[in-house]
Design a protein around this ligand. Structure first.
Ligand code: FES
Ligand SMILES: [Fe+2]
Length: 344
């Protein structure tokens, strides 16, 4: 699991003003809160006094109060009060701190920065957020989240795999039979990842033509740690979607899929579209979870020809990112401009 990157934390709409919630990210329990001014923040969800999860306590929109002995913390993680102290008991309360994680909110998504040294970091030194295509819609029209019982790598390469469609996504709205076509797509390096250049989706990718219509053109970008974005243009309308893969721990991974659109008819179809998006991701979940049964036996991992090149790139990108971090040098993208061909 890579650190030193922004991870998708949760949809902003799931965090009301004055509320807090917890999510485990890369094995760390995290409290996410939104203060009375609407600002999101994140703290380690462990009280520094005796380890109580802080989300078991209360949050008044300013401070979090631990449920055990009532110690209070502000949104930067600083302790503000130890209620049991009596006059004359000298203790520098403000020296007690809960670890704070940098968070940013953009286009209705909350992101968290996971630092390799597991400490408070200087916000000014952090990299840019993964770019989500902006189509003039401030928050996702649709959010689907799901947990896969597998390591993040299996989730990422399972979702990006170009060859499983005819065998896994066999619903009528996607690929009703196993009709396969030769696909030829041009790729180029992109920031911390790669890009499939703008193209017309294949005629057997039925959902594009079913829901979007017109002459859709799509561009897909993948970047570390596991963020796939797609920008579709069809006439004057646009659709943008992002699949973000975030490890909960070594064996569990959360998939967050958000969609933005300017197509008015999709808003009318939203409940239906929600079910279809859910079913699509669930097909990926089912297949990678079945795969886990074989992988338990130290099964082989073959990466064969063009169809497995994206997986190969993912592992190379990861390796280069970790190495460049360890050596304190700039990241050098290992991906080269190329055309890949496969049947799906
Ligand atoms: S455990 Fe949190 S105040 Fe004691
Ligand atoms: Fe899939």
């Amino acid at each position: 699991m890579l650190t030193g990157l922004w991870y998708y934390a949760l949809p902003g709409a799931q965090l009301a003003r004055g509320a807090m919630t917890n999510r485990t990210i890369l094995g760390e329990p995290v409290l996410f809160g939104r203060d009375a001014d609407g600002q999101a923040f994140a703290l380690l969800d462990i009280c520094p006094h005796r380890g109580m999860p802080l989300t078991e306590g209360r949050f008044d929109g300013r401070e979090v109060e631990c449920c055990y002995h009532g110690w209070r913390f502000d949104r930067s993680g600083g302790c503000t009060a130890i209620p049991w102290l009596v006059d004359g008991e000298e203790i520098k309360v403000d020296r007690i701190k809960v670890r704070r994680f940098p968070v940013r909110e953009h286009l209705g998504n909350i992101w968290i920065y996971m630092d390799p040294a597991r400490r408070d970091v200087d916000e000014a030194t952090l990299p840019e957020l993964p770019p989500v295509p902006e189509i003039g819609i401030a928050r996702p029209n649709l959010v689907v989240e799901m947990v896969f019982n597998c390591h993040v790598d299996q989730a990422v390469i399972g979702l990006m795999d170009p060859a499983h469609g005819p065998f896994v996504h066999t619903s009528w709205w996607w690929r009703p039979n196993r009709a396969m076509q030769v696909k030829e797509k041009a790729f180029a390096p992109a920031s911390y990842g790669f890009r499939m250049k703008r193209h017309r989706p294949a005629s057997n990718s039925r959902a594009y033509y079913l829901f979007i219509g017109g002459q859709p053109e799509t561009e897909i970008v993948f970047r570390l740690p596991g963020i796939r974005t797609e920008h579709i243009r069809a006439g004057r309308h646009q659709l943008a979607q992002m699949t973000a893969v975030t490890p909960i721990d070594e064996n569990t991974t959360r998939i967050s899929h958000v969609i933005y659109w300017t197509l008015p008819w999709l808003t009318a179809l939203k409940p239906f579209l929600g079910r279809i998006a859910h079913r699509f991701i669930d097909q990926d979940r089912e297949v990678v979870e079945k795969q886990q049964r074989g992988l338990k036996y130290k099964a082989p991992m073959m990466l064969v020809k063009d169809a497995d090149t994206l997986a190969r790139w993912y592992f190379r990108l990861k390796q280069e990112f970790a190495q460049s971090q360890a050596e304190g040098r700039a990241f050098e993208n290992p991906v080269e401009e190329t055309v890949l061909r496969w049947r799906s």
